[in-house]
Design a binder for this molecule. Sequence first.
Ligand code: NAD
Length: 258
Amino acid sequence: MGFLEGKKILITGVASNRSIAWGCAEAMHRQGAELAFTYQNDKLKSRVTDMAAKCGSDLVLPLDVSRDEDIDALFAALGEQWDGLDGIVHSIAFAPREQLEGEYVDAVTREGFNTAHEISAYSFAALAKGGRAMMEGRNGALLTMSYLGAVRAVPNYNVMGVAKASLEANVRYLAASLGPRGTRVNAVSAGPIRTLAAAGISDFRDMLKQVEERTPMRRNVTIEEVGNAAAFLCSDLASGITGDVLYVDTGYHILGLG
Ligand code: NAD
């Protein structure tokens, strides 16, 4: 029996079989969780539907986090199918491509800053708000995906790092708000992984190479490894952990640069 047996978990952010959200879904499915999925737009609908089926799920719902009506409709639809919710995986981020290259001070604009924060950080609080009634009193967990750029100035990561700092603060504030209702809130800070979102970051290949050369384990992390950590954090095995950021990055974050 898997350690997520009997848990109902919503997975957001699947865009391809390289998505970190897909690593989470597969790991959680292996551990016995019942899953629901969201897709960002019609272009992704059939792909996400096919992938959901591989996890035994036909619960696949639209969600563009920039639309409040989508968030309301998502939890209304989920409430018709499920009598409660034990977990939400938030694996969503976006910043306009021109924000993710060159010097931060040159690249940042008001619009780019607002978009990055709305889609990548506010959306986590919005999902927490939308899902809290269904999660009440079930020892559930919210989980989001962060990156080292939240706490270090990483070349080209720019405004996305500032949004990840906001996301990590969001984790702490949501953990404090929802802890009394029995819901835990954490983040995984993953090392760089080649995904569709990562392709938008200038010189991403160099980031992968630098990690491979310097990190204690001398290799990059996989979506399976991030997924396994996510499954743990959403399970009762992690019942004493909230408000935290768990690094799953083959140890890169411990290094001093010099
Ligand atoms: P991905 O492209 O597979 O996933 C990003 C997802 O965000 C997509 O499914 C996309 O549909 C969704 N999305 C974007 N805008 C949206 C919107 N308005 N509404 C709903 N969904 C929207 O890439 P990924 O690398 O798996 O990214 C998932 C998360 O992991 C992101 O938060 C990312 O910042 C984080 N992360 C990625 C890496 C990496 O190197 N790939 C490292 C650390 C953290």
